[in-house]
Design a protein around this ligand. Structure first.
Ligand code: 5CA
Ligand code: ZN
Length: 417
């Protein structure tokens, strides 16, 4: 599937700071230290009701990671999926009287346009679940061969769905760190089916769903059907990035069961671990304190703000005003604050000369590389702009140097005002 077009990322002088990120599995902020090619997989959208500001915040988080990796001289192999075959998509398509494929294509197009407007760097491989059925079939076969998966007896519950034995790997649970009680409730809340008859254990996860009347299906050695959710990301990531890739990313709502099982499936299928070196999760964006979600419908959409004439740079700055690991609500006030801040930055940059750029850029890199401390990073720019506007013009080329750094590292491009 085609990705979206990339904004230019200027290279900037000086040394990058070494990137540190919080890894959910170890519970620590650690140095990422990738090889020459940094590898990152971020879970993509289920294409209906997109793109809300929660999605935007999550993809902005990994866009900033990408920019820091580029700044540090890495090539970046970034992979993202779309879950373009799944129950919520069928339900929405049925409600709206459209074909689920048409809905998926339309929403994916809208997502691409929103990402472009937000200047989010595109994945190198943008992969739809429906493009990788053969990869899923191959991986389910590996799991069955190794004794890590079983089919439900159709005499018990009608359909011979294939399930993954959740205890197949000794390390199961390492990614989220959840205890048994937390796993049971998160599994039930986030797409699991603990009560499905015929399963060996409530936590066993669906790998292959046998065809139901009216649902799309593809052939497999276990009969026609379609992929479960976790195996999709597991196969797409492993087959493009290998095991032990650098960063598995997504929103914090994916820490369990989705990322736990994506990792476990690949580890059980290959006998190698870990799936990823870092599991990085962006916190939830809410509206009035309630998580923004398609199922609740409490959405603020990027498209709506764009139609209202809001500069997408302000959406980036509004979201980045909070730390990516802090759950927070979107408010109109954030846009007003972002507008005031960006106007100030633009006025300062347009003076040409200004306060010392090299010191400011070093501090900006330092704050961002420290587990994406965007609130502190924005404050660094604020204080440079304040000094510049107060008359510190000691650096004759500060304006263009700062503009390039803001473009490269924060993805916003202040223009002359
Ligand atoms: N297709 C799956 C991942 S394989 C999925 O979760 N799709 S989604 O459309 O529901 O979400 C897309 C991405 O946005 C995921 O990384 C999810 O964790 C993140 N996300 C969803 N809601 C929010 C929110 N309110 N705040 C922040 N991130 C969110
Ligand atoms: Zn995923």
């Amino acid at each position: 599937m085609h990705s979206w077009s990339s904004p230019d990322v200027p290279s900037i002088p000086g040394d990058a700071a070494s990137l540190k990120l919080f890894d959910t599995a170890s519970g620590e902020v650690r140095e990422v230290a990738p090889g020459p090619v940094a590898t990152m997989y971020v879970c993509g959208i289920t294409p209906y009701d997109t793109t809300h500001l929660g999605h935007a915040a999550t993809y902005l988080t990994f866009d900033l990671v990408y920019r820091l990796l580029l700044d540090a001289g890495h090539d970046v192999h970034y992979v993202q999926n779309t879950t373009d075959v799944d129950d919520p998509l069928f339900e929405r398509a049925e409600r709206d009287g459209v074909d689920w494929r048409e809905l998926g294509d339309r929403e994916t197009d809208l997502f691409r346009a929103d990402m472009e407007s937000l200047r989010i760097l595109p994945p190198r491989d943008y992969v739809a679940a429906t493009e990788t059925i053969d990869e899923v079939v191959e991986m389910v076969a590996e799991l069955i061969d190794r004794g890590h998966a079983y089919a439900i007896d159709p005499a018990v519950d009608g359909y011979p769905d294939v399930y993954y034995r959740h205890r197949a790997t000794d390390e199961f649970g390492y990614e989220s760190g959840y205890d048994a009680g937390e796993m049971a409730s998160a599994f039930a809340e986030r797409g699991g089916d603990p009560d499905r008859a015929g399963k060996e254990h409530p936590l066993d996860a669906l790998l292959w769903r046998a065809e139901r009347p009216g649902e799309p299906s593809w052939p497999s050695p276990w009969g026609a059907g379609r992929p479960g959710w976790h195996i999709e990301c597991s196969a797409i990531a492993r087959n493009r990035l290998g095991m032990d890739f650098d960063i598995q990313g997504g929103g914090s709502d994916l820490a369990f069961p989705h990322h736990e099982f994506s990792a476990a499936h690949a580890e059980a299928a290959t006998g190698r671990s870990p799936f990823a070196r870092f599991y990085v999760h962006a916190a939830m964006i809410g509206l009035d304190g309630v998580k923004m979600s398609k199922s609740l419908g409490n959405l603020v959409r990027v498209k709506t703000l764009r139609e209202q004439g809001v500069d997408p740079a302000l959406i980036r700055l509004g979201l980045a005003a909070g730390h990516y690991r802090t759950d927070r609500s979107w408010t109109a006030c954030l846009l007003d604050e972002a507008r005031a801040r960006f106007d100030t930055w633009c006025r300062a940059v347009s003076l040409g000369a200004g306060a010392d750029a090299a010191t400011m850029i070093a501090a900006l890199r330092e704050r961002l590389a420290d587990d994406l401390d965007t609130p502190a990073a924005l404050a660094v720019v604020d204080s440079w702009a304040a000094s510049t506007l107060a008359g510190d013009h000691s650096d004759p080329t500060a304006g263009p140097a700062v503009a390039a750094a803001l473009d490269a590292l924060l993805g916003v491009s202040p223009t002359a005002v």
